[in-house]
Design a protein around this ligand. Structure first.
Ligand code: SAM
Ligand code: SF4
Length: 328
């Protein structure tokens, strides 16, 4: 079991497999002028699985594949089956915009993926093009269907709430939980990154209290659902009689740093110790220098000891990396 220097158990690795994306969400990527990592800088499937094996040896039990858009990776199925092979009992999930999911959902399930989180900011066909630029609502809905058919469930839906853009649409997304067993989670916008400057501004943030008030006034009271794990990032609720769950992730108004159990692997093999700080360790250099499982494990554990205690987003301090490199 890996503990950091503050006594927190670290057992969750988020793996960004790709910094590219087929969308350009306003708060995440600009439309033009993007620089992506050259192919040779990305960790190979084999290298990713070596890190997963070292992490498993260090006590990690949870892996999430993210990006950029992970489904753009041609060897995604190989990555998932490799992680499953080195970590047979782990919880393996993926965060995706789901557009390409119909092509690979069944293969991913067969390779050992447990479930997916699907990013959809609104159910309004016009508005989704405004916020998740280049997105097509029907394609994302087909992606959700494919995930359901492949039993990549329970399905979690992620929606970033942006003032004046999709803040009124959260009611319709929340209403889906009355009839569907989805967990719909509303995420506070984090004001940093490569996104549109007007969007990634402090006044675009809609705090959880405001989103909750909007939902309860339209759909009735929310009953708290106890969390299943102390480090769960969302606080969960249920509308009366609903099948699904409504969750709120509040990195701005209620950060969960004291119970943080995660580190991140960037697509170019850096171990990022906090989403919102620059502390990192270069695992790719360790691997390409000839390090095997035990050496990578030692590097991972040494880095985890240096994990910072909390972030300082409220003081305007944040990672200099871009969200599509980090993986959210
Ligand atoms: N492309 C996939 C997707 O969108 O789900 C995976 C990568 S994306 C970077 C992961 C998550 O980060 C998404 O749920 C997205 O909404 C979230 N995200 C991106 N930029 C954000 C920001 N500035 N504030 C809050 N969440 C953000
Ligand atoms: Fe792509 Fe996800 Fe970023 Fe949107 S949030 S641009 S889907 S990486």
């Amino acid at each position: 079991m890996s503990r950091d220097g503050h006594g927190r158990i670290i057992d969750y690795l988020r793996i960004s497999v790709m910094d590219r994306c087929n969308l350009r969400c306003t708060y995440c990527m600009p439309l033009e002028g993007l620089r992506f990592l050259p192919e040779e800088d990305l960790l190979t499937a084999e290298e990713i699985c070596l890190v997963a094996e070292a992490a498993t040896a260090a006590g990690f039990r949870k892996f999430r594949i993210t990006g950029g858009e992970p489904t753009l990776r041609k060897d995604l199925v190989e990555i998932v089956s490799g992680i499953r092979r080195v970590s047979p009992d782990a919880d393996i999930s993926m965060t995706t915009n789901a557009i390409l999911l119909p092509r690979v959902a069944h293969d991913l399930r067969d390779a050992g993926l447990d479930r997916v989180n699907i990013h959809i900011d609104t159910l309004e066909a016009q508005r989704i093009r405004q916020v998740m630029r280049l997105a097509d609502l029907d394609k994302i809905l087909l992606g959700i269907e494919a995930a359901e058919e492949a039993r990549l469930d329970p399905i979690k839906i992620n929606s970033v709430v942006v003032r004046g853009v999709n803040d009124a649409d959260i009611v319709e997304l929340a209403r889906q939980t009355l009839t569907k067993s989805w967990s719909v989670r509303f995420i506070e916008l984090m004001p940093f990154g490569d996104g549109d400057e007007a969007i990634v501004a402090r006044d675009s943030i809609v705090k959880t209290a405001e989103s909750m008030a909007r939902i309860t006034s339209a759909l009735g009271p929310l009953e708290a659902v106890p969390s299943t794990h102390p480090s769960e990032e969302s606080r969960n609720y249920r509308l009366r009689g609903a099948r699904g769950i409504i969750g709120f992730i509040s990195p701005v108004s209620d950060p969960f740093c004291s119970s943080c159990n995660r580190v991140r692997l960037s697509a170019d093999g850096r171990l990022l110790l906090c989403l919102l700080r620059d502390d990192e360790a270069d695992l790719r250099a360790v691997i390409r220098g000839g390090g095997g499982v035990e050496v990578v494990r030692a590097a991972l554990e040494a880095a985890i000891l240096m994990k910072p205690i909390g972030h300082a987003l409220d003081q305007g301090i944040h990672s200099s990396r871009r969200m599509h490199e980090i993986g959210g």
